[in-house]
Design a protein around this ligand. Structure first.
Ligand SMILES: [Zn+2]
Length: 366
């Protein structure tokens, strides 16, 4: 699918005087039409495979990012397995369903940041507490935001000499299990970085540390012919843009955008409005995906903007406007309940994830 489109675009690129080449064609479609969700539980697997076959494929979705983390029965590091983890055979069924539906599947394991959630420590730091960037910060019994520690999620120390042996094993095993040539490392909302008390990172430049970690992960994958995908928020200046500390960086990581390899695919999430940051990344040479969550009007604007940017860009930059990616921030089981109308959103005034996905698909089909 992708290659057929690329060929068509290359041919269009040769016709330098054709109006279609200059202005884009009315039949242009986005190379990546993505969907990102937590991997299903073993008991939700059958229904999720049905969802891939009946809903994702037929609606033109061609990329599925599955947030796996430690919900896979790793053989290289069985000590990191979560309860209720998928077996290799179960992942194989997911892979087959995606292949049949023409969908590229990309597993995600959150690296660097997101090593805890509220009061719960993630498996990596539970098993390897020596990797904790902020061991002096204790997880509270009752988590509240904001708090005195500025604790959102724990991070691992990117300069710990042993952390990458473990992380690389996990990346290699999960990409092999999913038979894929791409890996999503998360890397969003990293608030703890270059902590003063870390004997390795204290006093260092957060942008250099962030870029160093991205580059290490990318180089490991690239050596095996695989791609790195990440969320984009740490690469945007939250202060100057007014985008703030969540969808952008207020902790001085954003200069890393000029220090990381250009073949990293950036998933640029903006959930309240379609903030036009895609050209910032595209002009730096990155492939960029705009990502909605629960607001259908935002999803529609992101689809329209992507097509507009593609239609108005020279060929070199056009290819960087890579597509859109619906993000879902609830379990796969809960999403299917919402999508199939068995449940309603708990706070519908804040948005509707299933409705947003339908709007994104509808806008792409126009
Ligand atoms: Zn450190």
């Amino acid at each position: 699918m992708k290659y057929r489109l690329l060929t068509a675009l290359l041919i269009a690129g040769f016709c330098r005087f054709s109006p279609a080449a200059a202005q884009g064609s009315s039949t242009d479609q986005l190379p990546v039409r993505g969907f990102c969700i937590a991997a299903p539980n073993p008991e939700g697997l059958d229904e999720f495979i049905g969802f891939i076959e009946k809903d994702l494929g037929p609606n033109g979705i061609n990329t599925l990012i599955l947030r796996v983390d430690y919900r896979y029965q790793y053989n290289t590091h069985p000590e990191l397995r979560s309860e209720n983890a998928l077996t290799k055979q179960q992942v194989g069924r997911l892979v087959q369903a995606c292949k049949k539906a023409g969908i590229r599947v990309i597993p995600q394991v959150n690296l660097l940041g997101h090593q805890s959630w509220a009061s719960t420590l993630g498996n990596l730091l539970k098993v390897y507490p020596q990797f904790d960037e902020t061991p002096h910060v204790e997880l509270p019994e009752k988590y509240e935001w904001p708090n005195d520690d500025g604790l959102y999620c724990k991070s691992y120390c990117p300069l710990h000499p042993d952390v990458h042996q473990v992380v690389f094993d996990i990346m290699d095993e999960i990409t092999a299990a999913f038979e894929t040539d791409a890996f999503h490392a998360g890397l969003d909302e990293v608030f703890y970085i270059a902590d003063d008390k870390c004997p390795r990172c204290g006093g260092k430049d957060p942008a250099e540390l962030f870029a160093g970690e991205v580059t290490a992960l990318r180089n490991h994958l690239a050596a095996k012919g695989k791609e790195l995908w990440i969320w984009g928020d740490r690469l945007i200046d939250g202060k100057t843009t007014g985008i703030g500390m969540w969808e952008a960086s207020m902790n001085n990581t954003y200069r890393a955008i000029d220090m990381i390899p250009k073949d990293v695919v950036i998933c640029d999430w903006h959930y309240e409005q379609a903030v036009p940051t895609a050209p910032y990344f595209a002009m730096k040479g990155f492939r960029i995906l705009s990502c909605p969550w629960r607001k259908g009007d935002v999803a529609r604007e992101q689809v329209k903007s992507m097509l507009f940017y593609r239609s108005q860009s020279p060929q070199a930059m056009k290819e960087n406007y890579y597509g859109v990616l619906q993000t879902v921030w609830t379990s796969a089981e809960n999403f299917m309940d919402l999508y199939y109308g068995r449940k309603q959103e708990q706070a519908p005034e804040r948005g509707d994830q299933a409705g947003c996905f339908r709007d994104m698909v509808d806008e792409m089909k126009r």
